[in-house]
Design a protein around this ligand. Structure first.
Ligand SMILES: Cc1cc2nc3c(=O)[nH]c(=O)nc-3n(C[C@H](O)[C@H](O)[C@H](O)COP(=O)(O)OP(=O)(O)OC[C@H]3O[C@@H](n4cnc5c(N)ncnc54)[C@H](O)[C@@H]3O)c2cc1C
Ligand code: SF4
Ligand code: SF4
Length: 1016
């Protein structure tokens, strides 16, 4: 099939498709990779709105002689989701449940529905689809069927093939057929059925090859290689024709509907974490453990434990279930309906480990035993850690990375110990190493040797390892393709594994379905050599362009001081495409576009910095569009398992753009706000005219791009005044309070409240002020960073560092109220200023709540507090979540007597600095808030206290729900005032004078909260 774009093809598509038609190089580049190490530039991309549109696009492709690549989330690891084809992306629109039959426990779905989304919708019915693959948060049912995916609990539930009841498919000739169960003699297929001739030929083919199939198909559950001809063998009364499509990797037909068998949701489970002193012993034990009939046995090895310990989000989980320094852990899960039975099996697991010779008191290989995990929350955390296995490995920052090609072999359990031992020897022989993890229950262990595929010698080593490893698998009568499919990486080896005869039979299947090679050619059959570097992501000639960078990227390799290596950290696994839980990635959650997800951005950057998108791509308008909806929430920094930090990368790109094109007027207004704020405050009446004078708001939209639909924060003359002497008792512990630009000029009450609280707790509060008597207040530089003005931000950073420096010796903490300012101290300032002072500031900077929570933890906090409300609903600022400090906000609020604190499961509020004010991002901003935040706020009763530490968050909440939210400092100050009133009452009405402060004390919460907080 010709891979050349025919003139007019794009135009024809645009004329007939209302969905998205993407033919520009940036968009094509974003679809050129899946989660393998391959890259093939597609001809174009269509995102159809309906199945009929998909059919139309395929028909046009056929007419134009262009091949078609169906695509879900693009998380495949074998290169089956890359091709020089027209990509049909099902994930954005083709994601509906078409039918659910609860009584029969089955449903029919469109191909683009994501597994987790499906299961969320099924849960109220007590059902789930149990193929629980690691990528459940983004993998689509169409892709799962395409790959014959298998989950951690395949021991109990089997693979996709065992759970797909029927598939509605669009065939290469344009016809649509339902593939489902039929009698083997096809007596139940009507004579006129268009499917009949195809079914007859397929059954004949299977009968012809029966002997070979019985002889050469590995007898392990995890065999997903080749076409499922074994499903059509003549030794049964009925066959399911859908099973030939399952695992066909988009090479035979385009699935338009998939009917699934559902199961009752699992009840309470019991998990035993079996510890082993040596890896081999764990492998050997697996065959005995499965006799206890667990639903899963999953491996985590020492390397993964060590790597996970370095990842903030996994460390606490490890601390709760890993005992000592095991070489390997098998996570054994029991999930019977009868909880007592789970308990019995867990006991038997303990006995079995004893029988096998393991004990906590032993040393060496037999040191071990079972750590029981019955807490469902911890079980979920462990599952999250296990399923992030690959990503944990990929978090290695060096140029060599774990490469997927032999990671998917499955061998009979009795050979597992020998197989893993011998494969490790092969790795040693080629000077590499691998980390083992995943499905010990079914003998399918993932292992990826570390190689640098930019180097010819490592590519050669890859071939040698593959050939030797697959020979080993053959010897143990295992399967070389046990989970992730064939794609480019394993199809070449079908002949060695199945024999030439069966490969011819696979080719016959393809020809019978798709003689012209319309669907995903070159996968499963007719594949290129797996080490053909023309199809590598890091192909011949791959190189980083010379790049000037403004921030420190030295933790990575490559050009731009390591910037190249940082963008290459994205391995395309797609975790950023999740639609619920955590924060990442808010822009994708509202648009569903590959352009607006961390992965799409990282890929675009990688292609740009390696010259694959043409000259000046990094600073181009297309790049600006790619980054436009990134709200710099930093969620990817924490939630992307390989730590892709797009917020920081965006600063770098904006800096490059500013260097090349200057800073536009809108960005000047936003970025330079700290510089003109004092003057603006003095002219508050004039500045506020924009929201009062008819026509001024539309004018500001036209001139500055600020949406006329938004009111801006209101300037005031009575700004925070920090010229006074320190507050609090002379003998109190010294603290520094940083008055950020926003609280200083717009919400001084928060700073005053913080002073009140700190003083009430006996601290001596000093304001962080510029050294050398400069009068311009300090600023963290955040607004400058937001517009790429890194040099200005650096200047601000240096001023703050200098101001904090005199207090370095005494280790006086620097307390801030605005989360993004404090996190700038910790994150960007050390990346901009390579001095000890910067590091020191980063180490001393804490949020108000972090400080209080730590003091309370240490037993040093003496803070009289009274009741203020019964319930508080908390929205965490993105940067509080990204830096894992939201817990301290909850802890600080929990200090208030009788207050029940509930945290909203929210992503970004959508305001994100200036993002929500811009006319061109307003819609996305509102949509982000509507995901979960606004509905939760609207449901809260009037007595509920709404709490949000970010000024933008407060404005967004007020603007869209009319409900004011307050900073935690205000809640605590009100609580201090309540305690004071109580103390005064019990002292017979005498005024209580404990503060000793010179700042205006914060008032009660019930009065100023509503009137003072957000004014937009
Ligand atoms: C970190 C990580 C962990 C993983 N863990 C597992 C695991 O535990 N178990 C497992 O089995 N896999 C796993 N995978 C592999 C992959 O996630 C799964 O195979 C997943 O099911 C692919 O879904 P997708 O939507 O991303 O499919 P895609 O990659 O988009 O597509 C997969 C194949 O299906 C075809 N296809 C897609 N839609 C259609 C359609 N409508 N009609 C016809 N063909 C179609 C495509 O052409 C392609 O060949 C993992 C991958 C990663 C990166
Ligand atoms: S950005 Fe991170 S989470 Fe997203 S695909 Fe890349 S590595 Fe995965
Ligand atoms: S910073 Fe936030 S919006 Fe930007 S890519 Fe990361 S998760 Fe997405």
């Amino acid at each position: 099939m010709a891979a050349q774009l025919m003139p007019g093809f794009e135009r024809r598509l645009r004329g007939e498709i209302t969905g998205d038609v993407l033919f520009d190089r940036f968009n094509r580049g974003r679809y050129a990779t899946d989660a393998s190490h391959y890259q093939m530039m597609p001809i174009g991309v269509v995102i159809p709105r309906t199945l009929d549109e998909a059919q139309r696009a395929i028909a046009l492709a056929r007419e134009e002689g262009v091949s078609v690549l169906p695509r879900g989330a693009g998380t495949s690891q074998a290169g089956q989701t890359v091709n020089e084809s027209l990509v049909i992306d099902c994930s954005k629109y083709l994601n509906r449940i078409l039918e659910v039959d609860v009584s029969q426990a089955r449903c029919t779905v469109e191909p683009g529905i994501v597994l987790d989304d499906l299961n969320r919708l099924l849960k109220p019915h007590g059902l789930w689809f149990p193929i629980d693959i690691s990528t459940a948060s983004r993998a689509t049912i169409g892709g799962m069927a395409g790959n014959n995916s298998c989950g951690a609990r395949s021991l109990r539930y089997g693979t996709m093939r065992d759970n797909v009841l029927s598939i509605d498919a669009l065939l290469a000739d344009g016809s649509r057929e339902r593939f489902g169960p039929v009698r083997s003699d096809l007596s139940d297929l009507p004579d006129a059925s268009m499917l009949r001739p195809l079914a007859q030929d397929l059954l004949r083919l299977a009968a012809r090859e029966a002997e070979e199939i019985n002889e050469r198909f590995p007898r392990v559950q995890r065999r997903v290689g080749g076409y499922n001809l074994d499903a059509l063998l003549p030794d049964r009364t009925s066959v399911n024709l859908a099973h030939i499509l399952v695992g066909s990797e988009g090479t035979l037909a385009f699935s338009t509907g998939v009917e699934l068998k559902l199961c009752p949701v699992l009840g309470k489970r019991a998990v035993g974490a079996c510890h082993f002193g040596r890896f081999r012993e764990a492998m050997d034990a697996a065959q005995h453990i499965v006799r206890l009939q667990p639903i899963a046995v999953e491996l985590v090895d020492r390397t993964m434990i060590e790597l996970a310990r370095d990842i903030a989000m996994f460390r606490p989980t490890l601390e709760r279930f890993v005992r000592g320094e095991p070489d390997a852990i098998l996570l054994v899960e029991f999930g019977e309906a009868d909880e007592a039975e789970n308990r019995r099996r867990l006991d038997r697991l303990g006995e079995l480990m004893g029988d096998l010779g393991f004990g906590w008191d032993r040393s060496g290989p037999h040191k071990g035993g079972v750590v029981e995990v019955l807490d469902p929350q911890l079980q979920t955390a462990i599952t999250d850690l296990r399923t992030a296995g690959l990503n944990i490995m990929m978090s290695m920052k060096e140029a060599g990375k774990p490469v997927s090609f032999v990671e998917d072999c499955a061998v009979p359990l009795e050979h597992l110990a020998d197989y893993t031992g011998r494969l490790t020897q092969i790795f040693d022989k080629y000077g590499t190493r691998g980390t083992w993890y995943a499905h010990a229950s079914v003998g399918c262990l993932h292992v990826r040797p570390v190689l640098n595929l930019r180097l010819e010698k490592d590519v050669k080593a890859m071939r040698a390892i593959a050939e030797e490893a697959f020979a080993l698998v053959r010897q143990y009568k295992g399967s070389h393709s046990g989970e992730h499919g064939d794609g480019l990486v394993r199809s070449e080896f079908h002949e060695a594994m199945f024999g030439a005869g069966l490969v011819r039979a696979f080719e016959d299947v393809k020809t019978r379905f798709d003689p012209a090679g319309l669907f995903n050619p070159g996968k499963i059959v007719g594949a290129a050599k797996f080490d053909d570097r023309r199809y590598f992501r890091y192909g011949p000639g791959y190189h980083g362009e010379t790049l000037r960078t403004a921030l420190d990227w030295s933790a990575y390799s490559g050009t731009g001081g390591g910037f190249q290596g940082a963008v290459e950290m994205c391995n395309n696994n797609g975790a950023c495409r999740k639609s619920a839980g955590g924060v990442m990635c808010p822009s994708f959650r509202v648009t569903g576009d590959e352009r607006d997800v961390t992965r799409g951005r990282a890929n675009t950057l990688r292609l740009a910095v390696t010259g694959q998108l043409g000259p000046d791509a990094l600073t181009s308008n297309e790049m600006m569009e790619t980054l436009k909806l990134c709200v710099s929430c930093k969620a990817c920094r924490r939630e992307c398992p390989t730590g892709v930090d797009m917020a920081r990368m965006k600063i770098e790109v904006l800096a490059a753009r500013a260097r090349e094109h200057g800073v536009c007027l809108h960005d000047r207004v936003i970025g330079w706000l700290p510089r003109y704020a004092a003057t603006a405050a003095r002219l508050a009446w004039l500045m506020n005219l924009r929201d009062r004078m008819p026509g001024a708001a539309p004018l500001s939209e036209w001139l500055l791009g600020l949406s006329a639909r938004r009111r801006l924060p209101r300037w005031r003359r009575d700004v925070f005044d920090d010229s006074q002497t320190p507050a609090g008792p002379l003998a109190g512990r010294d603290v520094l309070l940083f008055a950020d630009t926003f609280n200083r000029y717009f919400e001084r009450e928060n700073l005053e409240a913080a002073c009140t609280v700190l003083v009430a707790a006996g601290y001596r509060v000093h304001m962080l002020r510029p050294t050398g008597g400069g009068s311009r207040p300090l600023c963290c530089g955040r607004t400058f960073l937001a517009v790429g003005a890194v040099e200005e931000a650096r200047r601000e950073a240096q001023r703050v560092i200098a101001a904090a420096d005199p207090f370095r010796e005494q280790r006086i903490p620097v307390i801030g109220l605005e989360p993004s300012c404090v996190m700038t101290f910790r994150d960007e300032i050390p990346a901009m200023v390579a001095t000890e002072g910067a590091e020191d500031l980063a180490a001393r900077a804490v949020t108000f709540e972090e400080f209080l929570a730590a003091e309370a933890r240490e037993g040093r906090l003496v803070l009289p507090l009274g009741a203020v409300a019964k319930r508080a609903l908390l929205h965490g600022h993105c940067h509080q979540k990204a830096f894992g400090v939201l817990g301290t906000v909850e802890a600080a609020l929990n200090l208030v007597p009788d207050l029940v604190v509930e945290t909203i499961e929210s992503s970004c509020c959508g305001m994100a600095g200036a993002f929500g004010y811009r006319a061109d991002t307003l819609q996305a901003s509102l949509a982000m808030g509507e995901l979960t935040l606004f509905p939760a706020v609207r449901q809260a009763d009037a007595a509920t206290l709404l709490v949000a530490d970010g000024m933008s968050c407060r404005h967004q909440i007020y603007d869209q729900t009319g409900r004011p939210a307050v900073h935690v400092a205000r809640v605590l100050a009100a609580s201090v005032a309540a305690a004071k009133r109580m103390a005064e009452r019990s002292a017979g009405g005498k005024p209580h004078n404990a503060s000793g402060g010179t700042y205006r004390p914060a008032e009660t919460i019930d009065q100023p909260v509503g009137s003072q907080a957000p004014r937009v």
